[in-house]
Ligand binder design. Structure first.
Ligand SMILES: Nc1ncnc2c1ncn2[C@@H]1O[C@H](COP(=O)(O)OP(=O)(O)OP(=O)(O)O)[C@@H](O)[C@H]1O
Length: 298
């Protein structure tokens, strides 16, 4: 695995407020990473530090195995951390030509990138006539002009309508599909779930979890059960070491698993003890429920 970024024990204080606390994580080539956390959890501050626009208080980070200076490394990074800002009376293509001049990159990629974000047809329209979604897509095209190794986006779908959100997410997936590593900050769990392969979850600047999205919480799920003798059912499950918390509400018993167990297995165990179930469903908490549990308990 090729490492794109290593962050080690990063801390940022603004006066008495610790915005980022002892944060460590690694970004490997080819993955799509989400930094997920509620507002004010330190996502933008983290992105600011690794992009050299916010000074760190303590800790360290290094790009591309530390073989290049941060200044050189950032030439291989495409980032959008502010609202897209281009010249309003210039067209998309004129704006991108200007970006190429400023960044000292060739203009040859302009068409390819405008096509990628679905703006080639509108290349001659003035920026000020663009919708917010189109502005964001133009910013993505602009950040990709030098074929960066990694694309960094801060809340890429904020303020967009559902169609705009969908388009941006599709584009992010397309870019990732072409092999570009992506790091995005988001407060939306479903965004991270839909777009990212890996996640770093922050709460008040502290890391709660980092790893694959589907490993966010090793939950074994729970059973929802109904039978005529609910007291006996509860007693039996109470004694069974596979179960943790057990609750009863509206005539349904919910039993949380501490280890793997299939519905057939439980059904057999209970039947052998003389209990016939009228309702047996095995469920897993949704990622949202797991996320809420994570951010609440820690
Ligand atoms: N320049 C600054 N001066 C003082 N405090 C700051 C500054 N920048 C950020 N903070 C504080 O640091 C904390 C983390 O902010 P940050 O913007 O990184 O969070 P975030 O997760 O990106 O949230 P949001 O999505 O709301 O921007 C917040 O409490 C914020 O008020």
């Amino acid at each position: 695995m090729e490492t794109i970024l290593t962050v080690q024990n990063l801390t940022k204080k603004f006066g008495f407020l610790t915005a980022v606390k002892d944060l460590s994580f690694t970004i490997e080539k080819g993955n799509v990473y989400g930094i997920l956390g509620p507002n004010g959890s330190g996502k933008s501050t983290t992105l600011g530090i690794i992009l050299n626009v916010v000074n760190r208080t303590a800790g360290d980070f290094s790009w591309f195995n530390g073989n290049t200076s941060t200044h050189e490394a950032l030439k291989k990074v495409g980032a959008i951390i502010e609202r897209p800002n281009f010249y309003p009376y210039m067209s998309a293509i004129q704006n991108l030509k200007l970006v190429c001049k400023i960044k000292e990159v060739s203009e040859t990629k302009i068409q390819e990138k405008l096509e990628l974000v679905g703006l080639w047809e509108r290349k001659d329209s003035k920026f000020k006539t663009y919708s917010l979604g189109m502005k964001q897509r133009l910013a993505i095209a602009s950040a990709l002009l030098n074929d960066p190794e990694i694309l960094i986006l801060d809340e890429p779908t904020n303020g967009l309508d559902p169609q705009g959100i969908h388009q941006i997410r599709q584009i992010i997936k397309k870019i990732a599909g072409q092999g570009t590593t992506i790091l995005l900050a988001s407060h939306l769990l479903d965004e991270v779930e839909k777009v990212c392969s890996h996640v770093v979850i922050l709460r008040k600047g502290e890391k709660l979890y980092s790893g694959p999205v589907d490993g966010m919480l090793a939950s074994h799920g729970f059973f929802e059960l109904r039978t005529t003798d609910m007291d006996k059912l509860e007693q039996l499950l109470d004694k069974n070491a596979s179960f943790g918390k057990i609750t009863r509400e509206n005539g349904t018993l919910t039993a949380f698993l501490k280890e793997e167990m299939q519905a057939e297995e439980l059904n057999k165990i209970l039947y052998e003890k003389g209990l016939v179930l009228s309702h047996l469903v095995k469920r897993k908490e949704s990622l949202e429920e797991q996320f809420l549990t994570l951010t609440k308990n820690n």
